[in-house]
Design a protein around this ligand. Structure first.
Ligand code: PGA
Length: 249
């Protein structure tokens, strides 16, 4: 299996001076061979982090993008623009996009397709709401999200796809899923991808857990067999917290 993938999702936080401070507090020795580190920054700062990332091993990611390449889409950002700033990853289908901006499974699938065709690596977020888990419908919900996306991914593109399991009730709430719940869903995701794309692709698929990941719980989560990394919101805003996520593995 490949490296552990640690992705920071800054959401709509940070500014020019806090970003400089964040990057200044990293040193080459903070990075280790087995861990790939990505920061997904707000659009206006992608150029800044791309420049700062030149000096240290943090890859550039975005948090969203348009499902079109160019044209009359006021307020949108094209995948080609992201590529212009050396962006390698893009988070798609985050629950905040699904809930607040009403992005559907179909729209997210279109975005996945155009991201892959533009040379970006999509991090597809899937996950259930609290009511769905309480009703025993978490697998059904995640299956629906995976199925829609899988229809837009060709077999030769799967190696560039990352899936993040983020139970909505665990995001920003301090309530982390138990390691066994996170492992069970990650295993389920890998099994479904096996159905969609075959054994080899499923085995090599990187599955992240996201939802209140912090230095105190990361080790247990990363030890789960089917979890290959983390998508981290709150704990990625502070450089010391963020680097300690992989410092203790
Ligand atoms: P959190 O956010 O780590 O603050 O829970 C995770 C996410 O929304 O990706």
């Amino acid at each position: 299996m490949s490296k552990v993938l640690m992705v920071g999702n800054w959401k709509m936080n940070m500014d020019k001076s806090s970003i400089k401070k964040f990057y200044d507090s990293f040193d080459k020795k903070d990075f280790v061979d087995g861990v790939e580190v990505v920061i997904c920054a707000p659009f206006p700062y992608l150029g800044t982090i791309a420049e700062l990332s030149d000096k240290i091993s943090i890859k550039v990611g975005a948090q969203n993008m348009c499902n079109e390449l160019a044209g009359a889409f006021t307020g949108e950002v094209s995948p080609l623009m992201l590529r212009d700033f050396n962006t390698e990853y893009v988070i798609l289908g985050h629950s905040e996009r699904r809930q607040i901006y009403l992005e559907s499974d179909e729209l997210i699938a279109e975005k996945i397709k155009i991201a892959l065709n533009s040379g970006l690596k999509p991090i597809l977020c899937v996950g259930e709401m609290l009511e769905e888990r309480e009703a025993g419908k978490e697998f059904e919900k995640v299956y629906k999200q995976l199925l829609a996306a899988s229809k837009c991914i060709s077999l030769d593109q799967w190696h560039n796809v990352v899936i993040a399991y983020e139970p909505v009730w665990a995001i920003g709430t301090g309530k982390v899923a138990s390691a066994s719940d996170a492992q069970n869903m990650s295993k389920y995701i890998r099994e479904q991808v096996k159905e969609f794309a075959g054994n080899e692709i499923a085995e090599n698929l990187r599955i992240l857990y996201g939802g209140s990941v912090k230095p105190s719980n990361v080790k247990e989560l990363m030890e789960c067999e089917d979890i290959n990394g983390a998508l981290v919101g709150g704990a990625s805003l502070d450089a010391a917290d963020f680097k300690s996520l992989w410092g203790t593995l």
